[in-house]
Design a binder for this molecule. Structure first.
Ligand code: COA
Length: 262
């Protein structure tokens, strides 16, 4: 795959995606979104990849937002298309069939905060800064920020951050529930890998069903119309997987399970 704005690497079954536009603090231009979409699509059913960690290149920024220079003269129609495509990609990340962790290594502003929020788990370095500063530009978040921020931190604080455009540091982001952990820059990747390895050791089908069920809560009940029903259906479906047989058999025989993701 030819990638201009992303660097990817696979080590020990983890796909590492680095947003690689350091001169622009890793701002997300449209091509970067397209590449992200392609990479997630490519590895969805690749058994060598059991989880994804996303970070930004350099020490200063995860992603400093959508690329302002690119959309400054957009028409309403172009803006709508940009937002729609971003939504498609970020939805794909949110619903991904493998765990996705954001290693937030600096600025996570605008589209950067939205990208981190689309991931399943967020770990921030102490120097990370979060915010949705779009109102400073006379626009609103267009990649799901008005929804996912409410889901993660609640309506009151979300409205404040979205309406003031204020940025917050990593410690406050953790206090609000926007990130799961805050660690030193050196500990950032090891912490993400520790969490990822723990998840990878579980039944992969079950893990992907957890993601579907949790997201169903925020998506009008998912494909069966009610998120409790989604859980009931997914729970039943677990019983037809080899992972279920392996997990329960291993427990009853007092040994470690060896899941195949089937
Ligand atoms: N889009 C396009 N370019 C961006 C960018 C963005 N979202 N964020 C940063 N850059 C570029 C800057 O224009 C600058 O380019 P230059 O060197 O060619 O002038 C370069 O990245 C470095 O940014 P700079 O502003 O000089 O760094 P800083 O340390 O002084 O400030 C930020 C860092 C993140 C606070 C500041 O860049 C900023 O506010 N960025 C925009 C954030 C934003 O509004 N995001 C939401 C967009 S919808």
């Amino acid at each position: 795959m030819q990638l201009e704005n992303l660097a990817i690497d696979i080590r020990e079954n983890i796909l590492y995606i680095t947003i690689n536009r350091p001169k622009n603090l890793n701002a997300l231009n449209i091509k970067t979104i397209v590449e992200l979409d392609e990479v997630f699509e490519e590895y969805m059913y690749n058994d060598d990849v059991k989880g994804v960690i996303i970070t930004g290149s350099g020490e200063k920024s995860f992603v400093a937002g959508a690329d302002i220079s690119e959309f400054a003269d957009f028409t309403p129609e172009q803006g709508r298309t940009m937002s729609e495509n971003g939504h498609d990609t970020f939805d794909k990340i949110e619903m991904y069939n493998k765990p996705v962790i954001a290693a937030v290594n600096g600025y996570a502003l605008g589209g950067g905060c939205e990208l981190a929020m689309a991931c399943h788990i967020r770990v921030a370095s102490e120097n990370a800064i979060f915010g949705q500063p779009e109102v400073n530009l006379g626009i609103i978040p267009g990649y799901g920020g008005t929804q996912r921020l409410v889901e993660l931190i609640g309506k009151g604080k979300a409205l404040e951050l979205l309406m003031t455009g204020d940025s917050i540091n990593a410690a406050l982001a953790k206090e609000l529930g926007l990130v799961n952990y805050v660690v030193s820059p050196e500990e950032l990747m090891p912490k993400c890998e520790e969490i990822m390895k723990k998840i990878i050791g579980k039944g992969p089908v079950a893990v992907s069903k957890v993601v579907q069920c949790v997201n169903a809560h925020f998506r009008g009940g998912g494909y069966v119309g009610d998120s409790y029903q989604t859980e009931i259906t997914q729970f039943g479906q677990c019983m037809e997987t080899e992972d279920f047989v392996e997990g329960t058999t291993a427990f009853l025989n007092k040994r470690k399970p060896e899941f195949k993701g089937k």
